[in-house]
Design a protein around this ligand. Structure first.
Ligand code: CTP
Length: 396
C-alpha cells in the first residue's frame, strides 16, 4: 500500500498538537500531505507543516500547482485515508451535511467509497454538547466516518470537560492501523481479557493483578488487521479498543457464560484473561465481620470452569490460542499447558514480566516448537502474534 496520509487541519488551538502527529508519521515512514483550512492558518503557519512533512502544504481549492486544477480529487487518490485533526464543530457540520466550499471539505466529499475518513474533534465543551454538534457526530458515524475522541480535561478556554483533541500518540495509533496489513480480514475472533473477580461478600473479592493491557492490545491489533473482534472482558480501567465489541463480566462463571453465548461462528478463540481458578463456595450476603470470625477466617473455594479447555474440546471448536503466565520454568510449564489444553498455539510469558506493565517478553509455542520474540511493547507484540496467527490460519 502507498504509505501516504492526507492530514486535514481545521481552525482550533489543538492544531499545534498536529505538528507532533506529523513528526510521528514521518518517523514511521508515512508521507503526509497536509491540507489546511483558512481558519487553521490563523492558528499555525503552513510553513511549519511544510517543514515537518517535507512536502507542500495545500490551502486553496484553486491551487495552480496541481496541473489539472483537481487538487480535491488528486490528493486523496492512493492515500491510505484522510484524518482531520483537529476537526472543528463547523467542519464536522460541513462534512455531515455534504458541504464542499473549500479544499478540505471538497476533498472529504470527493473521496472514493471505502476510503477511510477519520476526524478528531477539538472544541469547547459547550460546543461539543450542543444538540447540532451531537446530531452531526451521529450522522458522521452513520456515514462510516470514524470519530476519534474527543478526550476530557482542561481546555484552552479555561473550562474543563469533553472536547479536547486526542493526544498525538493516540491519533498516531489510529493512523498506524490504517497501514496495518489486513491479515485477518473476514475472520471472527472471540477473546477474553483482564482479571476476573470472585466475590466473598458485598465488599470483598478475590482477584489478581492482571491489567488487561495484553488482551486489549491484541484485540486492537486483530481489529486493525481486519478481524471482527468480540472481547469478553473482566474488570479493567482500559478504554474499549477502536472497532471492537466489548462484553463486560466480573466472575469466571460469567465469563464462561458470555463465551458460550458468543462462540458459535467464531473462527478463532483467544484466551488472554487471567481467570481465577477458584470461586468462594459460600458467598456471604452480609459483610463478614471480623469479631465474628476472630482469630481467623477460612474460606472454602470451589473450582471455576476452564473456559479455554471447554472451547478447545467443544464440537466445531474454533482455532484456539492460550496464554500462560508462569513464575518459574516458564517454557516447560507452558509446553505442558498447551498439550493439556489441546490447543495449537500458546503464548508463554513470565508473570513477573507481564502483569500490569506496558511491555513484555513472550515466546510463541506451537507444533513447530518455540518462537521467542524480542522484548517489546504489548502493542508491538500483539502485531507479531497476529502475524503468526494469520500464518497458522493460512496453513490450516
Ligand atoms: N483459562 C481459562 N479458564 C480458566 C483458567 C484459564 O480460559 N478457568 C485460560 C487462560 O485465559 C489462559 C490459559 O487458560 O489462556 C492458561 O491459564 P492459566 O491460569 O495459566 O492455566 P491453568 O489451567 O489455571 O494452569 P495452572 O493453574 O496450573 O497454572
Amino acid at each position: 500500500m502507498n504509505k501516504r496520509l492526507v492530514l486535514g487541519i481545521t481552525g482550533g488551538i489543538a492544531a499545534y498538537k498536529s505538528c507532533e502527529l506529523v513528526r510521528l508519521c514521518v518517523k514511521a515512514g508515512i508521507a503526509v500531505d497536509v491540507i489546511m483550512t483558512k481558519a487553521a492558518t490563523h492558528f499555525i503557519a503552513p510553513a511549519t507543516f511544510q517543514a515537518l512533512s517535507g512536502r507542500p502544504v495545500w490551502t486553496d481549492l484553486w491551487d495552480a500547482r496541481e496541473p489539472k486544477s483537481m487538487a480535491h480529487i488528486e490528493l486523496s487518490r492512493d492515500a491510505a485515508g484522510i484524518l482531520v485533526a483537529p476537526a472543528s464543530a463547523d467542519f464536522m457540520a460541513k462534512v455531515a451535511n455534504g458541504f464542499a466550499d473549500d479544499l478540505l471539505s471538497t476533498l472529504c466529499l470527493a473521496r472514493q467509497p471505502g476510503s477511510p475518513l477519520l476526524v478528531a474533534p477539538a472544541m469547547n465543551v459547550e460546543m461539543w454538547q450542543q444538540p447540532p454538534t451531537r446530531r452531526n457526530k451521529a450522522r458522521l458515524v452513520e456515514d462510516g466516518v470514524v470519530v476519534l475522541g474527543p478526550g476530557r480535561g482542561e481546555q484552552a478556554c479555561g473550562e474543563t470537560g469533553d472536547g479536547r483533541m486526542l493526544e498525538p500518540a493516540d491519533l498516531f495509533a489510529h493512523v498506524a492501523a490504517l497501514f496495518a496489513p489486513k491479515l485477518l480480514k473476514g475472520k471472527r475472533i472471540l477473546m477474553t481479557a483482564g482479571p476476573t473477580e470472585e466475590p466473598i461478600d458485598p465488599v470483598r473479592v478475590i482477584t489478581n493483578t492482571s491489567s488487561g493491557k495484553m488482551g486489549y492490545a491484541l484485540a486492537q491489533a486483530a481489529s486493525d488487521a481486519g478481524a471482527t473482534v468480540c472481547l469478553v472482558s473482566g474488570p479493567t480501567s482500559l478504554p474499549t479498543p477502536a472497532g471492537v465489541t466489548r462484553i463486560d463480566v466480573k466472575t469466571a462463571r460469567e465469563m464462561f457464560e458470555a463465551v458460550k453465548a458468543q462462540v458459535a461462528g467464531a473462527h478463532v478463540f483467544i484466551a488472554v484473561a487471567a481467570v481465577a481458578d477458584y470461586y468462594v463456595k459460600e458467598y456471604s450476603e452480609r459483610k463478614l465481620k471480623k469479631r465474628e470470625h476472630h482469630p481467623g477466617l477460612t474460606l472454602e473455594l470451589a473450582e471455576n470452569p476452564d473456559i479455554l479447555k471447554w472451547v478447545a474440546q467443544s464440537e466445531k471448536a474454533p482455532f484456539c490460542v492460550g496464554f500462560a503466565a508462569e513464575s518459574h520454568d516458564v517454557l516447560e510449564n507452558a509446553e505442558a499447558k498447551r498439550r493439556r489444553k489441546g490447543i495449537p498455539l500458546l503464548v508463554a510469558n513470565r508473570a513477573q514480566d507481564a502483569f500490569g506493565r506496558d511491555d513484555n517478553q513472550i515466546t510463541l509455542i506451537d507444533d513447530n516448537g518455540r518462537h521467542p520474540l524480542p522484548r517489546g511493547t504489548k502493542a508491538a507484540l500483539a502485531r507479531e502474534i497476529v502475524a503468526h496467527l494469520a500464518a497458522m490460519l493460512d496453513a490450516d
